[in-house]
Design a binder for this molecule. Structure first.
Ligand SMILES: [Zn+2]
Length: 560
């Protein structure tokens, strides 16, 4: 049996004895991700959370005879998991809302909303997410009327499970119409990049993609207290899932200020590499004040997140040829290429790392062409620009990443979420460059892995599972989808540790367990490199540690 020293014990040992300045962890195996010394059984770190040594248990006990000992028994220790692409405040907001995932019919949705409503002030909107009409007996889209009887006055707005549609009640649509000038939701007009569902010319209550902004624009701004609670929930969720770091894509100056406050107060249990939200205030601050790093090392901002195209599900990804299931449609660019290049040049001038969302093969080509032009001879300077998603890339463009030092930042669960319909959208031939993890690895590019939470679950175990199996959680399809692109468990783990750290310029601090590195690690009941791939999604996380201190321990509730 393993035993984990409690936080209380750590604190008191440290308070009473000099000897506790060193902590010594032993376990059946420690995977260090350090090629120089990949497998050890003991690790020592100091009170500041810096790893002092890794090696054999006996040798380290002799070297640090007075260390506070932590014996993890049969457990396996891995470096802390890093999600190279997530949205932390988005996760927090989602966790603050009514959870509709798995609701089996509309009645269950309404029942969950009524229960959740009890926690709300009288004048608040009722927000929820996670509904999926495909799970209901009647698979047609719901309508405002389905919500109106239970919620005649309070505005209700519910995101669909994929985030690409929202469902409003009549009270919410009334607020939207009050904010509109010259027209109503009725008629036959449609907003850019979106669709208002209508029946006999009247809006039914469902808004798709770009049309969701009509409601988004009138939602009340969350106040700071609400935002702080949302962040606390997101941090607790991340720690519970074994995450010690996240690359937070699209962070406003206001969000960064909140993270700094949490870091100052010692409440930031996650290492955040924040990427500024486009050409806004946060990027302007980087250009005037320089790259940002909190003295405690838990928050930094040295990059910017840009967008070139939309998403594949809603046919917004920019393709070089027509969508296979919609002639004449090649998707859309959300930033015009000239404007985009201007922002990239500005970032280059400020020494800021560029990370661009590109999903379609046209979107990816524009980004790589732009990077090549802007970087020129600087491409050799280790700038580590990134392509976020790199989902459908022309096979000719894949080998262009490595020579430019460009990182492919990909999300294994996107592949398994999209596999049921990706071939319809793309046809067979284009799939050769779709979610092509092995092709990127073979080309010599760095492959950083993540989840894109809250679009997908933040749980990196699901990412490891999807990366190694390319199957859904029921094991479908047999053998995996486009199985030649599967990763080995070791490659997948590297994508969530050392290579994610590299993508954030953090490889000298995290992603590996070696002397001088931060003691960020996860204790697992079983060895992810030894269990059958089919069980990677339910590995038991016993505890999560950041800077040598536990931020999550199974059985102990930490959620505020
Ligand atoms: Zn994202």
């Amino acid at each position: 049996m393993h035993r984990i020293i409690s936080i209380a014990t750590l604190c008191c040992l440290a308070a009473t004895a000099q000897a506790a300045d060193v902590h010594l962890l032993t376990a059946a195996r420690i995977h260090t991700s350090d090629p120089a010394r990949p497998h050890v059984e003991a690790m020592a770190w100091d009170d500041s959370g810096r790893v002092l040594a890794v090696g054999e248990a006996k040798a380290l006990r002799a070297q640090y005879p007075d260390a506070a000992r932590i014996d993890a028994g049969d457990a396996t220790v891995i470096p802390g998991l890093i999600d190279a692409h997530g949205h932390l405040m988005g996760l927090g907001y989602a966790l603050m809302q009514a959870d509709l995932v798995g609701a089996r019919d509309k009645a269950e949705v309404v029942a969950r909303l009524r229960e959740y409503e009890k926690s709300l002030p009288d004048d608040a909107w009722l927000l929820g997410n996670g509904w999926d009409q495909n799970d209901w007996p009647d698979e047609s889209f719901p309508t405002a009327a389905d919500l109106d009887a239970a919620f005649p006055d309070r505005p209700v707005w519910l995101d669909r499970v994929d985030g690409h549609a929202g469902w409003a009640n009549s009270a919410a649509m009334k607020v939207v119409e009050e904010a509109m000038t010259g027209r109503t939701l009725a008629g036959d007009w449609q907003p850019d990049g979106g669709r208002i569902l209508r029946e006999d010319g009247e809006a039914t209550g469902v808004f798709v993609d770009g049309a969701m902004d009509l409601v988004g624009k009138v939602l009340p701004e969350p106040d700071e207290a609400y935002r702080a609670r949302a962040l606390e929930r997101a941090l607790a969720a991340a720690a519970k899932d074994g995450l010690t770091g996240v690359h937070d894509m699209g962070v406003s100056a206001r969000d960064l200020a909140l993270y700094k406050r949490f870091a100052d107060a010692g409440k930031l249990t996650l290492r955040i590499d924040a990427y500024a939200n486009g050409d806004g205030q946060a990027l302007a601050n980087l250009c005037t004040d320089g790259l940002y790093r909190h003295p405690g090392g838990r928050v930094e901002m040295r990059g910017v997140k840009l967008y070139i195209d939309g998403a594949l599900g809603s046919r917004g990804a920019a393709l070089l040829a027509d969508y296979s299931d919609e002639a004449g449609n090649r998707g859309l660019l959300v930033t015009d290429p000239e404007t985009y290049e201007g922002i990239v040049r500005k970032a280059r001038g400020c020494g800021v790392q560029v990370a661009t969302h590109a999903i379609g093969d046209r979107g990816n080509r524009i980004v790589i062409d732009t990077y090549e032009r802007v970087l020129g001879d600087d491409a050799k300077d280790d700038l580590r620009w990134r392509v976020e998603h790199a989902q459908i890339v022309s096979p000719e463009d894949i080998p262009r990443f490595a020579p430019l030092g460009v990182i492919a930042s990909m999300q294994p669960t996107h592949a398994t979420s999209d596999m049921p319909w990706a071939e319809e959208r793309l046809g067979k031939e284009r799939l050769s460059g779709a979610y092509a993890w092995q092709r990127f690895l073979h080309s010599g590019a760095h492959l950083a892995l993540g989840s894109d939470f809250p679009v997908e679950s933040p749980d990196p175990r699901l990412g490891l599972y999807a990366a190694v199996t390319r199957q859904d959680r029921d094991g479908q399809p047999p053998g995996g989808w486009l199985p030649d692109q599967r990763l080995s468990a070791a490659e997948a783990l590297r994508g969530f540790t050392a290579d994610a750290a590299y993508a954030g310029f953090d490889e000298k601090r995290v992603g590996k367990l070696a002397p001088g590195m931060r003691a960020d690690f996860v204790i697992l009941a079983e060895d992810p490199l030894a269990v059958p791939a089919s069980r990677l999604d339910d590995l038991v996380i016993e505890s999560t540690w950041v800077d040598g201190k536990p931020v999550y321990e199974a059985g102990k509730s930490a959620t505020p």
